[in-house]
Design a protein around this ligand. Structure first.
Ligand code: DAH
Length: 370
């Protein structure tokens, strides 16, 4: 006959000695498992006489309850200790400085584009866009470049392979083709207004976008950005053009006084045509606009050639206008001092971290552009 007191003392000692949950569970299985010592004792009750059972039953059941309770208490204690150890080991030190956060930067071209849009929006211009892949008609012919004319070669054009229709498309060499698209779509009222970028006169649009020429040096990249401007209305003259560009330069460069001059030039799509120069100081490393007495060419412009107005279905005796074309990247380098245009499109994150802008610095003409 097993000595119950001895068994209880032995089990109690082993429960107390169990160092972790696995050891404790082993003790539980040995005592209370299917073939455990206490389970075997409980099985003997069935073979006893009623008198023996009345005497032994409460003792064996009491032993089982006592051991089960001891195991539960020890389990609780071990779990608490385990949690305490974990909490101590995993303590978060809130006084540590947070790891540096890498935030994206806005590319200067995109920042400057937003600045330009802010200025022209104030002047009542709306935005239009056109495709990067153009056809000869929109890029050249409709803009008054006669076929085989040497002016076509001025733009070192990227031509695409001939398509099934025998036509060669091209990567647009300037944003001027969108002048044609805006005027022609403005005549075509079949497109819903929310798709049509066209305007019927009076027209005031700016057209930012990517442009392409086979050219690469410190001031030219094969892909660059231009912003076209087009105004068509009644009795528009060069005074309007000059005022608009002066306004733009003064607001964009944030200088109250800008001296500009117009030099005669040639563009097939304007007559007369000019390049506008801005007075600047080029003696230092960075060009300073609005100071010094040097001149720098900043934008091509002119009065829209009557042929173009006619090609787009408008009567040039009724409608006149002016147009201009800026290099956006060049305006960015002039304002923010990047020395080499090619770096702008080299996709070097270090460059972007240095010259880029915070996404929270959105240009806005009421709080200042830059
Ligand atoms: N398209 C010209 C170029 O890429 C720039 C230009 C000049 C645009 C005069 C105009 C303009 O609209 O009137 O060089």
């Amino acid at each position: 006959m097993t000595d119950l007191t001895e068994l209880q003392a032995d089990l109690a000692a082993r429960v107390a000695a169990a160092a972790d949950l696995a050891a404790l569970d082993a003790v539980r299985v040995e005592a209370l498992g299917k073939t455990g010592s206490i389970s075997e004792l409980l099985k003997t009750l069935g073979r006893m006489t009623p008198d023996e059972r009345r005497e032994q039953g409460p003792k064996i059941n009491g032993l089982r309850d006592a051991v089960a309770a001891a195991i539960a208490a020890r389990k609780d204690a071990l779990e608490t200790a385990q949690l305490d150890a974990k909490l101590a080991a995993e303590r978060v030190d809130l006084s540590l400085p947070p790891p540096p956060e890498r935030r994206g930067r806005v590319h200067p071209t995109m920042q400057v584009l937003d600045e330009m849009i802010a200025v022209f929006a104030d002047l009542g211009f709306s935005l239009a866009e056109g495709p990067d892949i153009e056809d000869d008609f929109h890029n050249f012919t409709a803009l008054n470049f006669p076929p085989k004319h040497p002016a076509r070669e001025m733009h070192d054009t990227f031509w695409l392979p001939e398509n099934e229709a025998g036509e060669r498309k091209l990567l647009r060499t300037h944003t001027s083709p969108v002048q044609i698209r805006v005027m022609q779509q403005g005549q075509n009222r079949t497109l819903p207004a929310w798709i049509a970028q066209g305007q019927a006169p009076p027209i005031r649009v700016i057209v930012p976008g990517r442009t392409y020429r086979s050219d690469s040096d410190a001031t030219h990249t094969p892909m660059f950005h231009q912003m076209e401007g087009l105004v068509i209305d009644r009795a528009i003259h060069m005074g309007h053009l000059k005022w608009t560009l002066d306004q733009f330069i003064s607001r964009y460069f944030e200088t109250p006084v800008v001296e500009t001059r117009f030099r005669p030039h040639h563009f097939p799509f304007t007559e007369p045509s000019a390049e506008m120069d801005v007075k600047c100081d080029r003696s230092g490393k960075d060009v300073k606009i609005g100071q010094g007495d040097d001149w720098m060419e900043i934008v091509g412009c002119g009065m829209v050639h009557p042929n173009i107005i006619r090609t787009c279905g408008l009567d040039p005796d009724e409608w006149q206008g002016f147009a201009f074309g800026f290099g956006i990247d060049r305006l960015a380098t002039l304002k923010y001092g990047m020395p080499d245009l090619r770096d702008m499109f080299a996709s070097d994150v270090r460059w972007l971290e240095h010259y880029g802008f915070s996404p929270f610095q959105a240009p806005n003409s009421s709080t200042g552009l830059s």
